[in-house]
Design a protein around this ligand. Structure first.
Ligand SMILES: *[C@@H]1O[C@H](CO)[C@@H](O)[C@H](O)[C@H]1NC(C)=O
Ligand SMILES: *[C@@H]1O[C@H](CO)[C@@H](O)[C@H](O)[C@H]1NC(C)=O
Ligand SMILES: *[C@@H]1O[C@H](CO)[C@@H](O)[C@H](O)[C@H]1NC(C)=O
Ligand SMILES: *[C@@H]1O[C@H](CO)[C@@H](O)[C@H](O)[C@H]1NC(C)=O
Ligand SMILES: *[C@@H]1O[C@H](CO)[C@@H](O)[C@H](O)[C@H]1NC(C)=O
Ligand SMILES: *[C@@H]1O[C@H](CO)[C@@H](O)[C@H](O)[C@H]1NC(C)=O
Ligand SMILES: *[C@@H]1O[C@H](CO)[C@@H](O)[C@H](O)[C@H]1NC(C)=O
Ligand SMILES: *[C@@H]1O[C@H](CO)[C@@H](O)[C@H](O)[C@H]1NC(C)=O
Ligand SMILES: *[C@@H]1O[C@H](CO)[C@@H](O)[C@H](O)[C@H]1NC(C)=O
Ligand SMILES: *[C@@H]1O[C@H](CO)[C@@H](O)[C@H](O)[C@H]1NC(C)=O
Length: 645
């Protein structure tokens, strides 16, 4: 049986009026309160969950003039069951702790018997007050004895990975405000998460209570966004509405806890060289100074660092989810293009932009996809797929280093799992043989050399830069805002190109896409198979890439690489973590572990099949779901500063 410590005292005095909006001469608004219980930092949001008890009655038990930590047990329980229940809560939830045991409100179905008893739960004498028909879920709360109202408990964590740009508090109306709390830290935000005990997933709310970080390019009602640019943040007012994609997650019950760092305007940037306006997040893997990749950098760093965060939303235009998933050793998906509307999301190139997730948990991945992409997504959660038999390997390394060997072993394990064999895909050869007649005289590297760069720069200058410069100039006497070197160089290139190049790029993209989806990886009619095959490639590194290297100035991202395929063809392309390899770090003067991943492409619209494959491979022991820490199996993060963990 668990042994409970006694309840500590609040270390901060709280004003009696903290939560009542009173009008004196100014407008007084409560933004919540920060407290400590047994050295753990908590936040009390300003949203009452209702009056649970008559305050006059309460005075018989407590005249406390501060908030009182209480536990609510919303179903009738015997004393024995209570012991069992609280032991369960300890393992299920990171917010509840025995400090909430001093006062327990216990649901009762009859009103006979004493309204109050003292019982021992561990070595704490708990006051148990009986409650008729509680209207709130079980869990830890803070009670304001002077009103009888209760408030939810949020645990506060330090964002030691520097993954967030803003810490947010989601209101009951699903609009957002700044979470006004700060735990000790050096240059990091504080993030608050509500108790997991308040939430029960259901068919309608499959993501109930799932804690999500969102890339700081998505508009959330009530809050400003930065797009990774400080001038942008200061110039524009808070969003008045949440876009479709994030609203889908909120409707499914998700709790958004903050906005996360993108590289600037979602252009790929290298840490630390290119990150001038903001500092790149810290990749927790290995020596803690590996490049987190970009542009969904905060998403990757946070999901690899924080057990208390379930999921992060990124966006992928040319690798912005797959890169961070690779560098941090996580599952991550660039979905089929166009599965969800990207209204109220910053554009890089609408032709290429997609919204997807980074996660440690393939089951949650599927549930989250189903919520985000709604009717455009077919989940295989309750189906047995008839997996395709075609397994292509594209440019698999033939070297004998451990990263290459690990990838080849995965390909061979996957082939055995699928009861098939691998075949090598020679994309240029196939193109020369069956590419569109008008184009195949040129190889793919030539045809697509400028396509990506054209799409992102021509679209972003028109959709984002030009109106931004104009708005900024209008309020700052003709000045221009600061722009990081990478987007500035890319936009500058676009200005040297004729406008007609955009149509050329779209035409090249379309012809490559149609060819690929017809000749290489077509969908199949059988909904249980969906894709004619899987294509494995190895974009994500698996090799050291320290963030403290001096780099020569980088130009626009010309050229074609395998990471560009899915952008051009609109196919789903996901990252699977395979394991880790030893790598000597000159920073720590020690051997550290780096993640190794692989990329899996399927036919367009077969996103659910990939998520199902990930789950089945974990169940089969071929993949292991990654954990937070310096390695995929856990391990202390060198820079971790939250000593309570
Ligand atoms: C709280 O104060 C009231 C009024 O002074 C008193 O009647 C009551 O006994 C006090 N309650 C406790 C628990 O001390
Ligand atoms: C505690 O958890 C166990 C295992 O999930 C469950 O069987 C049991 O009913 C739970 N106890 C209570 C009181 O909820
Ligand atoms: C939000 O603001 C935009 C632009 O100012 C406006 O077009 C839109 O109607 C507003 N939406 C809501 C829900 O108020
Ligand atoms: C499905 O995709 C289409 C095409 O991109 C989009 O217009 C539509 O909004 C999506 N449907 C849902 C439910 O998100
Ligand atoms: C590859 O490397 C491993 C481990 O260093 C070694 O045992 C093996 O003999 C090497 N294989 C080849 C073909 O060189
Ligand atoms: C592979 O074959 C085995 C044995 O026939 C069968 O049990 C298994 O379901 C097959 N796997 C797939 C993915 O088709
Ligand atoms: C593509 O063609 C160009 C020009 O002929 C050549 O330089 C390049 O090596 C070719 N690339 C590939 C991958 O075939
Ligand atoms: C790609 O475009 C760049 C910029 O125009 C050029 O320097 C390079 O030679 C091109 N490469 C190929 C393979 O066409
Ligand atoms: C389109 O393809 C043609 C033929 O290879 C090539 O010359 C041109 O540079 C490409 N343009 C863009 C913008 O992709
Ligand atoms: C690095 O580690 C080696 C082996 O432990 C040791 O001999 C060497 O002095 C260390 N170098 C530095 C700079 O600490």
């Amino acid at each position: 049986m668990a042994r409970y410590q006694s309840v500590g005292m609040f270390t901060q005095a709280l004003s009696l009026v903290a939560f009542s909006a009173i009008t004196v001469s100014g407008r007084f608004v409560s933004t919540g309160a920060s407290v400590q219980l047994n050295d753990v930092h908590y936040f009390i949001p300003p949203f009452s969950q209702g009056q649970i008890y008559d305050p006059l009655e309460l005075r018989k038990y407590s005249n406390a003039s501060t908030f009182v930590p209480v536990s609510i047990v919303a179903q009738p329980c015997t004393e024995d069951e209570l012991h069992d229940l609280f032991a369960n809560w300890t393992s299920q939830d990171d917010v509840w702790q025995p400090g909430f045991l001093e006062t327990v409100f216990l649901a009762t179905s009859d009103d006979s018997g004493s309204p109050m008893q003292k019982i021992y739960l561990g070595d704490t004498a708990s006051t148990v007050l009986r409650l008729q028909e509680p209207s709130t879920p079980s869990g830890p709360y803070f009670l304001a004895p002077w009103t009888g109202e209760i408030y939810q408990a949020y645990r506060l964590y330090e964002d030691f990975a520097g993954a967030f740009t803003q810490s947010l508090l989601q209101g009951p109306d699903k609009t957002f405000q700044t979470l006004s709390a700060q735990v000790p830290s050096s240059g990091s935000l504080t993030i608050g998460v509500p108790s997991r005990l308040y939430f029960t997933p259901s068919k309608k709310q499959p993501l109930a209570g799932i804690r999500i970080g969102v890339k700081d390019i998505y508009a959330l009602a009530g809050t400003k966004r930065s797009n990774g640019n400080r001038a942008w943040y200061s110039l524009y007012p808070p969003a008045n509405e949440t876009g479709t994609a994030m609203q889908n997650l909120l409707d499914a019950g998700a709790v958004i806890v903050g906005l996360q760092k993108p590289s600037q305007f979602a252009n790929g940037e290298t840490a630390t060289a290119d990150w001038v306006d903001f500092h790149a997040p810290f990749n927790p893997r290995g020596d803690g100074y590996q490049d987190p990749s970009s542009s969904s950098a905060g998403a990757g760093a946070s999901v690899a660092s924080y057990e208390w965060l379930d999921l992060a939303v990124g966006s992928d235009t040319g690798g912005s989810i797959r890169g961070p998933a690779g560098a941090q050793g996580l599952f991550g998906n660039r979905p089929t293009h166009g599965l969800v509307s990207l209204d109220n999301v910053m554009p890089l190139s609408p032709r290429l932009d997609t919204a997807g997730f980074l996660t440690r948990d393939p089951k949650l991945w599927d549930t989250a996809n189903a919520a985000l992409y709604a009717s455009n997504y077919t989940s295989f959660a309750d189906k047995s797929p008839k997996y395709p038999q075609k397994l292509y390997l594209l440019d698999f390394p033939t070297t004998n280093d451990s990263t290459a060997r690990m990838r080849r072993k995965f390909a061979s394990d996957l082939a055995s799992f699928l009861n098939t064999t691998t075949s090598t895909l020679e994309l240029e050869k196939e193109w020369a043989a069956s590419g569109p007649a008008s184009l195949r005289a040129h190889n793919i590297s030539e045809v697509l050399n400028l396509t990506y760069t054209t799409l992102i720069t021509k679209q972003q200058t028109k959709l984002l830069r030009d109106p931004f410069y104009e708005d900024y100039s209008a309020v700052h006497d003709g000045r221009r805002p600061f722009i990081d070197p990478i987007p500035l160089t890319r936009w500058g290139w676009a200005d040297t190109q004729p406008d007609s190049i955009l149509d050329d790029a779209i035409a090249n993209k379309t012809r490559f896409m149609n060819w690929f989806n017809e000749k290489i990886l077509p969908p199949v009619d059988d909904p249980l198979t969906c894709s004619s095959g899987f294509l494995l490639h190895t974009v994500s590194t698996g090799y050291a890439h320290s963030r403290n290297e001096y780099l020569s100035p980088s130009g626009p991202p010309f050229g074609f690489s395998n990471s560009a395929i899915s952008g051009m063809t609109e196919n789903p392309d996901s990252v699977f973590p395979l394991g880790q390899v030893s790598s000597f770090s000159p920073i720590t003067n020690h051997t550290e572990l780096l993640p190794v991943t692989v990329d899996v492409i399927a036919a367009r619209g077969c996103d659910g099949l990939i998520a199902k494959l990930a789950r089945d491979l974990v169940d089969a022991g071929i993949l292991v779901a990654p954990r937070t820490g310096s390695g995929l199996n856990g391990g202390t993060i060198l820079l971790r500063r939250d000593e309570e963990e």
